[in-house]
Write a protein that binds this ligand. Structure first.
Ligand SMILES: Cc1cc2nc3c(=O)[nH]c(=O)nc-3n(C[C@H](O)[C@H](O)[C@H](O)COP(=O)(O)OP(=O)(O)OC[C@H]3O[C@@H](n4cnc5c(N)ncnc54)[C@H](O)[C@@H]3O)c2cc1C
Ligand SMILES: *[C@@H]1O[C@H](CO)[C@@H](O)[C@H](O)[C@H]1NC(C)=O
Ligand SMILES: *[C@@H]1O[C@H](CO)[C@@H](O)[C@H](O)[C@H]1NC(C)=O
Ligand SMILES: *[C@@H]1O[C@H](CO)[C@@H](O)[C@H](O)[C@H]1NC(C)=O
Ligand SMILES: *[C@@H]1O[C@H](CO)[C@@H](O)[C@H](O)[C@H]1NC(C)=O
Ligand SMILES: *[C@@H]1O[C@H](CO)[C@@H](O)[C@H](O)[C@H]1NC(C)=O
Length: 514
């Protein structure tokens, strides 16, 4: 059983700030933490925007052996409470079409299946790093243990405490970009009676989806998968092939109905010695519970440096409370546009988060966030005062309340599909403030916007193409970004026409993005 204390006990090994710290260099310096989609986007943007005749000092610190973030496999997942390096499992395919997952202008290679295995996404990130010559800036096997701001609201620098194979070192930077991902710290609900249930039989287990690797492990067992989103639905489909009986327990209606011999249940109510009870009063005698219950936004290295406070019940309050950042595990605040920190103890452009938005295609979102952050870091006059930005944040949170939602639960989820308006808004700001040329074009290309409409039909269309064995025929000659976009459109229309012709009406839409 993983609990937060155990997670932190493992992550927050004791450390000591050394007496003498290396002062920042005279060149403007940037440190990025994390070499997944979002960290690579930030690194590429920094390299692109620096003045070649007076380059910035740029480093990306990545704790693992290579780029790719969650897409870099971990072949030897640990048992709890140690955390897996990635939730990736061998049978993982993307649940979104890859042409839409790209960094703008950098398509997947010809012949890539539309919903490929994870190896293709890892290879894409490697290729991106090579193409833009990013690796010279990356230090692998470097874990940031703590980050603290030495200075005040006007001026200062970051001290980073970094673990390497040869021990702990420090590093200074003017600007810190946090790109550590949304999918590392499992969210683990706890039910009444579960300890009694577990103690009754040593074969019983409750395990988070991030530890999942192969469905064969559940052969002949009775499994309850908890959750209603991408991970839970994919895992329940795989497990149902091998398990004796498979149940899916989901609080709200599932976003799509997985295939397979699966019995649907509502929320778990409690556990007793012999059974798992659901809210509808039914029970099952299962022996494995897999929690596809999502992840928490935690930043142990910022917490260790005293920069953020983790508190599930935290709310934005008076100014005194805004000295620090907070995370309620879903929502990091106060942030400007989910990116720049509005905590009053440091400059607005000292710290940026890239990749917090969820239910969006990450690479395009990461890239516009990085452009926005780095332009602001390069020229802090680009943004109005912190007070003005805090008022804007109030307005945003009030707008969410007006939609009947709680901003502290919505967190970094976009209420409008795909986060496209958000991305266009960031781009528009850069255009109207002279940071990028204002040609009137939006950031999000029309074909990406169209995915909100056609994404579900596209997935069904590709599944039909696979059943017909006609993948190569459809993929032939598709190479440029425009050709990939046109292919997605063509397949979706082909599928819609086919469904119309047969009077097939699809009531439940599959999500375009996880
Ligand atoms: C199982 C699964 C399936 C998914 N499938 C899809 C999909 O089909 N389509 C889609 O669009 N999205 C999918 N996603 C979402 C996916 O997470 C994002 O698309 C994207 O890859 C996230 O990239 P990131 O760089 O923000 O984070 P990550 O990929 O998590 O990268 C963060 C990096 O930071 C490093 N790091 C963390 N802490 C430190 C530290 N203290 N010091 C040094 N390095 C550190 C980590 O090692 C990691 O390499 C999926 C997610 C999961 C979990
Ligand atoms: C990182 O560590 C791994 C072992 O975990 C090793 O194989 C690899 O060579 C190291 N990489 C670098 C760049 O030091
Ligand atoms: C699973 O059950 C079937 C039928 O009862 C049995 O033939 C098979 O050997 C079992 N497999 C395992 C791995 O226990
Ligand atoms: C467990 O939940 C069921 C269904 O809601 C309920 O009837 C029962 O009283 C609960 N048992 C305990 C011990 O809480
Ligand atoms: C910085 O941004 C401000 C506001 O947009 C602009 O007036 C100024 O020219 C910019 N400075 C530089 C050096 O680009
Ligand atoms: C987007 O969809 C509309 C119809 O819904 C279509 O006319 C248009 O061609 C599509 N645009 C692109 C770029 O695919």
């Amino acid at each position: 059983m993983v609990n937060l204390q155990a997670v932190f006990a493992i992550l927050m090994l004791p450390f000591r700030w050394p007496d003498s710290l290396i002062p920042p260099t005279t060149r403007k310096s940037f440190a990025i933490i994390g070499g997944g989609s979002s960290g690579l986007a930030a690194l590429e943007v920094l390299r692109e925007l620096q003045d070649a005749s007076n380059p910035w000092d740029i480093v990306l610190l990545e704790q693992r052996r290579d780029v790719g973030g969650i897409w870099l496999p971990d072949h030897d997942k640990p048992d709890p409470p140690a955390l897996p390096e990635t939730p990736l499992y061998p049978l993982l395919h993307t649940n979104t079409p890859v042409p839409s997952m790209t960094y703008p202008g950098f398509p997947f290679p010809p012949g890539t299946p539309l919903y490929p295995t994870h190896e293709h996404i890892y290879a894409y990130h490697r290729r991106y790093a090579e193409h833009f010559d990013l690796t010279p800036h990356i230090q692998f096997n470097h874990t940031v243990d703590a980050a603290r701001w030495i200075g005040d609201a006007e001026d200062g620098h970051w001290d980073l405490l970094v673990s390497t194979e040869s021990g702990q070192t420090t590093r200074a930077a003017d600007h810190l970009i946090v790109a550590t991902g949304n999918n590392h710290y499992p969210h683990i609900p706890v039910w009444k009676g579960q300890d009694i249930w577990l103690a009754r039989d040593a074969r019983r287990e409750i395990v988070h989806a991030s530890y999942y690797s192969a469905p064969e492990k559940y052969t002949n067992r009775t499994v309850v998968v908890v959750g209603g989103r991408a991970s839970a639905l994919d895992i329940v489909t795989q497990v149902s092939v091998h398990a004796a009986r498979t149940f899916l327990s989901s609080r709200s209606p599932v976003s799509w109905e997985p295939e397979g011999p699966i019995t649907y249940k509502g929320d778990i109510a409690n556990f007793t010695e012999h059974a798992i009870w659901f809210l509808d009063g039914t029970s099952v005698d299962a022996d494995v519970v897999i929690l596809g219950t999502g992840y928490e936004n935690l930043f142990p290295f910022l917490e260790a440096g005293g920069m953020i406070r983790t508190d599930p019940s935290a709310r934005r309050a008076g100014d005194d409370d805004n000295i620090l950042l907070h995370t309620n595990t879903r929502y990091v605040f106060p942030l400007h546009e989910h990116i720049l920190t509005l905590a009053s103890g440091l400059p607005v452009t000292a710290l940026a988060f890239i990749g917090l938005p969820v239910f969006v295609a990450n690479c395009p979102s990461d890239r516009i966030q990085a452009l926005y952050a780095v332009h602001a870091m390069a020229n802090s006059s680009l943004l109005p005062s912190r007070d003005a930005l805090l008022s804007e944040l109030d307005e945003r949170e009030n707008w969410i309340r007006a939609q009947g939602e709680d901003p502290y639960r919505v967190g970094h989820r976009q209420l409008k599909p795909g986060g496209h308006d958000y991305q266009d808004g960031l781009w528009r700001y850069l255009q109207t403030h002279g940071a990028v040329p204002d040609d009137g074009e939006p950031y999000v290309e029309a074909w990406r916007r169209n995915m909100t409409e056609i994404g579900a039909a596209l997935k069904r269309g590709w599944q039909r193409i696979e059943r017909l064995g006609r993948q190569r025929e459809w993929l032939a000659g598709v190479e440029t970004e425009e050709e990939w976009a046109a292919l997605q459109e063509r397949i979706a229309r082909w599928q819609m026409r086919w469904e119309e012709g047969r009077g097939i009406f699809i009531a439940k839409e599959q999500p375009v993005f996880p």
